[in-house]
Design a protein around this ligand. Structure first.
Ligand code: HEC
Ligand code: HEC
Ligand code: HEC
Ligand code: HEC
Length: 166
């Protein structure tokens, strides 16, 4: 199926076609809850696996991001909803953004900080396989929303631009 979808994107008008396909398939991964939108949505790391096995396996094996929800759970007891919402901003994927994490019940596939915290929301790229529809080269700026200056003091960052991913 993935190959089929991929071959479609080369033709003009593919955006509409892709949207139509997304709508008709409407798997929980591609467009959870059946909501579609003109903005790209977050789909979760496992949606990347079929086409990027190497990065996926490396990420899930070595990157702490891939289990970052667990870190919240470890400290969850005693935290207010407000505190928890703050955790979500860095420890999940796309919290507070269109098509991002909302809750563990509604968006379990986004509970960890996944590929898309660096590469941006992937719904369009996942459907089309078009490399122009995903962020190729995350920069340090992309890290700074979570690896804030206070954290960076203890975080050796420049040599790690390729760290924390795959
Ligand atoms: C249907 C297959 C498919 C899926 C699913 C998919 N990709 Fe890709 N991706 C491709 C193809 C094809 C390319 C271009 C060839 C290459 O670089 O391997 C690509 C390229 C990329 C690139 C590099 C772009 C470049 O030009 O160097 C990144 C980054 C990327 N994908 C990230 C992701 C992420 C993150 C996900 C999950 C949200 C994902 N991909 C899901 C097929 C896919
Ligand atoms: C959405 C927030 C977010 C963004 C954006 C982000 N990170 Fe992270 N990163 C985290 C969290 C959360 C952890 C800790 C996960 C845990 O242990 O629970 C982490 C952990 C790490 C680690 C620790 C080592 C490891 O094994 O994972 C490195 C290195 C890292 N990130 C590098 C980066 C780099 C480089 C970028 C930018 C290209 C980046 N991160 C972008 C949230 C983020
Ligand atoms: C501004 C982004 C940000 C926020 C907000 C945030 N974290 Fe983190 N957290 C990180 C990053 C990045 C790391 C990786 C270590 C570092 O760079 O400081 C981390 C590491 C951790 C770790 C250590 C994991 C390990 O490897 O031992 C725990 C536990 C944790 N965070 C829990 C929480 C909880 C609970 C909250 C909410 C109260 C929270 N974090 C809020 C970004 C954040
Ligand atoms: C911590 C940030 C971060 C995360 C998380 C992350 N990547 Fe990347 N990714 C990068 C960086 C940085 C590059 C290298 C860009 C460059 O060429 O300088 C990259 C490059 C890529 C490429 C291009 C080929 C390559 O390996 O250079 C693909 C494909 C890719 N990532 C897929 C994924 C997939 C799939 C996931 C999740 C399983 C993921 N990435 C998670 C930061 C990240």
């Amino acid at each position: 199926m993935a190959g089929q979808l991929f071959s479609i994107h080369k033709k003009p008008g593919s955006v509409l076609l892709a949207a139509a396909i997304c709508f008709s398939l409407c798997s929980p991964v591609l467009c959870h809850g059946g909501r579609t939108s003109s903005l790209p949505r977050y789909v979760g790391s496992s949606a990347c696996k079929p086409c990027h096995k190497k990065e996926y396996l490396s990420f899930t094996r070595y990157a702490k991001k891939s289990t970052s929800y667990r870190s919240i759970e470890r400290l969850k007891k005693g935290l207010s909803t407000q505190d928890l919402n703050k955790c979500y901003g860095c420890h999940t994927t796309g919290y507070g953004k269109p098509g991002g994490f909302t809750s563990i019940e509604d968006t379990p596939e986004l509970k960890n900080a996944g590929c898309e915290v660096c590469h941006g929301p992937g719904s369009r790229h996942v459907i089309t396989g078009d490399p122009d529809r995903i962020k190729k080269k995350p920069t340090r700026k992309d890290c700074e929303s979570c690896h804030t200056p206070e954290r960076i003091r203890a975080f050796r960052y420049t040599p790690l631009i390729h760290g924390g991913g795959h």
